[in-house]
Design a protein around this ligand. Structure first.
Ligand code: 5AD
Ligand code: SF4
Length: 494
């Protein structure tokens, strides 16, 4: 070995490919990760083949999502021979930690979302390790880690090297695995938003609820809110850039706790929501996800008072049975959930309600499942995201008896979805003949239809006379003429 830094094919043109799995929080984290990379001189490319650095922002909410990343890593392992580097970010990174290096020895970087503020330094470490890869003496010279747990180690695990067929000295291991204790939010100077009209703002990160089935409190760390000043500054900046729709994000947005300024001037979630809705230029504000426990009538009052707040609340119920809700440690009863629904329905506006449901939680009986079905009837949701219970590491539910066989979970899921389809058709009938404002999202060439989204977050596909001058991001009135369970059909009103 020469000791002369090795030139990599992409040197001077640092490129990365990033694939994102999972929720909107992950999608938005990726926008900030891209911002960090671009600021450090990287260019995003469309394919793994074009990239020097291949990153996966991962999800571990259910087992299926977790397995996806390991499949991807296996699929592209051979590209390591071309000098490409691999990194695993997000929830699987935090959950599995250094075990990822054992399962996929070609991975060089493992970074959980609670460590993203160290990502810039970790990239520098990766580059240094890469450039000097030919002479392994460099390991000790790599700059010290920024966070307590962000570090580089020369992997001496011979077993790892044997599995991979790689030489031990070629392995680079950089980790950012800050635990639940971080109280920092991931704020970036530059965020690479993918949509020029509609953008996300994270207001709260992490979760302290510890529902019995959920891995999030372990993967995303403790609950921490941004200041309302910082959120509002970002909203104003987005409005200046031409954004008209903002979606406030958090695992539990309504657990938001402002820490800006004096106690008296701190904003509740409802006040922050209203303030974002009053930013000049912002026409629509959405928020997700709300936890029923912390959902108060002040949120409905804010929607009533501020026209820019959208007619939509996503309020995950998970189950209609009090016994199951208690076992899930959801901190509310069916009756309390229905009380919140009554507040929303009492609004002057037509607020649409959507929810999440888990079927087959350990010990869920047929009659408990039926209580979930009856809750769907009682509420009349406009959308339900349904999930088969998936046992997750570290969670209390993993040790519970009475697992429900997968076949039974699949059956309950089918029954629930069929029931909900009928409910949605009935709900959508209420819109026939109404004229609704949509934000134009694009044009479907094959169907010859424009794609629009209503304030209620419904897809409204519509036809328009030739040459109406529509484009993505515009707002337009549309007459509803038809319906499906998951979308509406209409014609542009000219
Ligand atoms: N199994 C199945 N679904 C889950 N969810 C969270 N954890 C699990 C799990 N272990 C669902 C919940 C939550 C949504 C984001 O994912 O319904 O609201
Ligand atoms: Fe998971 Fe419950 Fe926290 Fe939601 S509130 S992220 S379901 S632990």
């Amino acid at each position: 070995m020469s000791g002369v830094p090795q030139r990599l094919p992409e040197e001077g043109h640092k490129t990365f490919y990033l694939e994102t799995f999972g929720c909107q929080m992950n999608v938005h984290d990726s926008e900030k990760v891209i911002g960090t990379l671009v600021q450090q001189g990287y260019r995003q490319v469309e394919t793994v083949e074009q990239a020097g650095l291949i990153l996966y922002n991962t999800c571990s909410i259910r087992d299926k999502a977790e397995q996806k990343v390991f499949h991807r890593l296996a699929d592209y392992k051979k590209l390591q021979a071309q000098g490409k580097k691999f990194g695993v970010l997000g929830c699987v990174a935090q959950q599995e930690g250094e075990k990822i290096f054992e399962r996929a020895p070609h991975v060089s970087l493992v970074c959980g979302s609670a460590s993203y503020q160290n990502l810039g330094q970790m990239l520098v470490q990766l580059e240094n390790a890469q450039v000097d890869g030919a002479s392994r003496a460099v390991v000790g010279e790599i700059p010290p880690p920024a966070g307590e747990n962000a570090g580089v180690r020369d992997d001496a695990a011979g077993g790892v090297a044997r599995h991979s067929g790689l030489r031990t000295q070629d392995l680079i291991r950089i980790t950012g695995l800050d635990d639940r204790q971080t109280d920092k939010c991931f704020e970036t100077e530059f965020t690479a938003r993918t949509n020029p009209h509609r953008g996300y703002i994270t207001i709260i990160e992490g979760c302290d609820k510890f529902c019995a089935y959920c891995v999030v409190p372990f993967t995303r760390g403790k609950e921490r809110s941004r200041t309302s000043d910082s959120v509002l500054a970002e909203a104003r900046k987005m409005a200046d850039l031409g954004y008209t729709e903002i979606q406030l994000l958090g695992q539990n947005v309504n657990s938001y706790k402002d820490s800006a300024g004096k106690l008296a001037s701190r904003k509740s979630f409802a006040e922050l929501l209203a303030a974002v809705g009053e930013v000049p230029g912002i026409r629509r504000v959405r928020f997700t996800t709300s936890h029923p426990r912390d959902f108060g009538p002040d949120i409905v009052a804010a929607i009533d008072a501020v026209p820019a707040l959208c007619d939509h609340v996503h309020l995950p119920v998970q189950s209609g049975s009090n016994r199951v809700l208690d076992a899930m440690q959801r901190l509310y009863s069916r009756e309390q959930y229905l009380e919140r629904i009554a507040w929303i329905k009492a609004s002057k506006r037509n607020i649409v309600i959507t929810t999440d449901v888990i079927v087959g939680f350990p010990g869920e009986t047929e009659s408990e499942f039926e209580q979930t079905l009856s809750l769907l009837d009682e509420v009349g949701f406009d959308g339900v995201f349904t999930f088969k219970y998936s046992p997750r590491p570290n969670t209390p539910a993993i040790g519970m008896d009475d697992a429900i066989p997968d076949q039974e979970k699949a059956h309950r899921l089918e029954v629930l979805m069929a029931r909900q389809r009928e409910i949605q058709k009935a709900q959508n009938r209420n819109y026939l003949g109404a004229t609704i404002e949509v934000m134009v999202e694009g044009y479907n060439q094959a169907r010859g239809q424009w794609i629009g989204r209503t304030s209620q977050n419904k897809t409204l596909n519509f036809s328009a006379p030739v040459g109406p001058g529509l484009k993505a991001g515009a707002y337009a009135p549309v007459l509803v003429t038809g319906l499906f369970p998951n979308s509406l059909l209409g014609e542009l009103v000219v």
